[in-house]
Write a protein that binds this ligand. Structure first.
Ligand SMILES: Cc1cc2nc3c(=O)[nH]c(=O)nc-3n(C[C@H](O)[C@H](O)[C@H](O)COP(=O)(O)OP(=O)(O)OC[C@H]3O[C@@H](n4cnc5c(N)ncnc54)[C@H](O)[C@@H]3O)c2cc1C
Length: 456
């Protein structure tokens, strides 16, 4: 184990430093996933890229392990490290929109809701994830899947440049021309190659959308899932929609006596003309009776924040994921068998569509290799009480064991649990060797290893 020596760190960076034993230490080390209980030697709240560079060099010189924390959302707890240094980017959350150029520059510690708020003012959006409190950093570096993926591609497909602090502390700009290997690798390869202090994304004209969740009785689960599979294969690209299993939360649009019952859902996001929204969602109303819904025209950030309250910081998380090319009848049976047994109101299973614009990029064009997959599934165990850990992780594992053989070998790295490191090669399939080569070039000593790690 590395020696924990952080003496002098506070003088090396401008931002606040919290060390073990300081008041506020437990708050500073807390992660979104309360199941992960790591004790870093210190947390450095970097103020700018010079601070990030100083922190990297400080840790490197002293043999301290490094974890980089963007939004801290990672289910595997990869934003922290025992006895090492957390380079926390939360103070670096500026978002600067250039509406005329349809571009946005986002600092590495911003949250999705920061980006949504700033871009929505101009009627523009970056395609990203479905929860506002997720960090742009981790989400983007893994790929970035969400409501707009079918129409606008993954988040990385909209990344045009980034600034990165490398393992030697140097600061480089990267894009298709500059450090192009690095630019290729950070689009899906996670935090393996350096600390990204800012991202530049192109923006899409998405302001208000038509959509929301539709709840169906479980007896329609098979019909809904098979309809969804067929419909989404060639639905208009403006249609983002994913099915889910969900215990009904106490929401006003769900009759009180059904709170706590399990339903199959479709969450839709029609980003075409709002006036066409009702017509666009009609197929979802025709497939089976919708028991309850909260569907209509709304600002895009409202849908992106709609579930934030359901998923506060401090839940226990255990997730499993797969890519899927064909959602077979057998797979649907497995989903019906296990999805209907979802054990907690905050646990769920989502099948995200990653066809449409996500297929416009070739599998080797970015590090994100599964451009031939049509879906990214996630079995997301999330529950409040650690006493329920065994039952909830069991549900996730049983569900995964039933569906993984009917899926691709790899899954989306951002939906992986701590025990999924053995799947790294499968997650990158044909791109893995190039990732190793880029890792050797930029981080031969594997300084940045607290991630879904690509070993040099
Ligand atoms: C409730 C919930 C909803 C989610 N919804 C979606 C979704 O809709 N779509 C989707 O694609 N994903 C989704 N995710 C998964 C999410 O993308 C990952 O959890 C991601 O790792 C979160 O990034 P973060 O910055 O918040 O995490 P952190 O825990 O801060 O970091 C995660 C990893 O990324 C690295 N990292 C973070 N920022 C940087 C940076 N600036 N430079 C270098 N490395 C960095 C870290 O070192 C670490 O290895 C969701 C997660 C949760 C918990």
């Amino acid at each position: 184990m590395a020696i924990s020596n952080v003496e002098g760190l506070a003088g090396a960076v401008q931002g606040r430093v919290v060390e073990r034993g300081d008041s506020g230490y437990d708050e500073a080390r807390a992660l979104y996933n309360a199941m992960i209980d790591k004790h870093p030697a210190a947390v450095a709240y970097c103020a700018d890229e010079a601070d990030v560079s100083a922190a990297v060099q400080f840790a490197r010189d002293r043999g301290l392990r490094i974890a980089v924390r963007g939004g801290g959302h990672n289910g595997a707890g990869l934003g922290s490290v025992d006895d090492g240094l957390i380079i926390d980017l939360s103070a670096m959350n500026n978002v600067t929109v250039d509406p005329a150029a349809r571009m946005v520059r986002v600092q590495g510690g911003a949250l999705l809701r920061d980006v949504d708020a700033a871009t929505h003012e101009h009627g523009l959006a970056v395609p990203a994830g479905i929860i506002g409190t997720t960090g742009v950093g981790g989400l983007t570096l893994g790929g970035g899947v969400g409501h707009l993926s079918r129409g606008c591609g993954l988040t990385i497909d909209n990344l045009v440049a980034a600034r990165v602090v490398l393992a030697d502390g140097s600061i480089v700009d990267t894009d298709a021309e500059r450090e192009s290997d690095l630019f290729w690798a950070i689009r899906g390869g996670g935090g393996n190659f350096g600390v990204v202090t800012s991202f530049e994304f192109k923006l899409h004209p998405v302001k208000d959308i038509y959509g929301g969740p539709m709840f169906y009785e479980l007896k329609y689960a098979r019909d809904v899932l098979s309809f969804y599979r067929d419909y989404i294969a060639d639905a208009p690209r403006e249609m983002g929609a994913f099915p889910a299993f969900q215990i009904a939360p106490p929401l006003p649009f769900i009759p009180e006596k059904r709170h706590g019952d399990t339903f199959v859902l479709v969450v839709a996001c029609w980003s075409g003309p709002v006036a066409d929204g009702e017509r666009a969602l009609k197929p979802f109303h025709d497939v089976a009776p919708v028991f309850a819904e909260h569907v209509g025209a709304m600002p895009y950030p409202a849908l992106n924040a709609a579930f934030d309250g359901l998923y506060p910081t401090g839940l226990q998380h255990y997730w499993k994921a797969n890519f899927v090319k064909e959602l077979s009848d057998q797979a649907i049976e497995a989903h019906v068998e296990h999805g209907t047994k979802v054990p907690a109101m905050t646990s769920t299973m989502h099948i995200y569509p990653i066809n449409g614009a996500c297929h416009d990029m070739a599998s080797d064009q970015t590090a994100f290799a599964y451009r031939d997959a049509n879906f990214a599934t996630v079995i997301a165990g999330m529950w409040p009480d650690p006493a329920q850990n065994t039952a909830n992780t069991r549900w996730v594992r049983d569900y995964y064991d039933a569906t993984a053989p009917l899926s691709e070998a790899g899954g989306y790295i951002n939906f992986m649990a701590e025990d999924d490191q053995s799947r790294i090669k499968a997650n990158y399939k044909g791109n893995y060797q190039r990732l190793v080569d880029v890792k050797k070039k930029y981080d031969a000593d594997n300084l940045f290893h607290v991630n879904q790690n690509i070993k040099p």
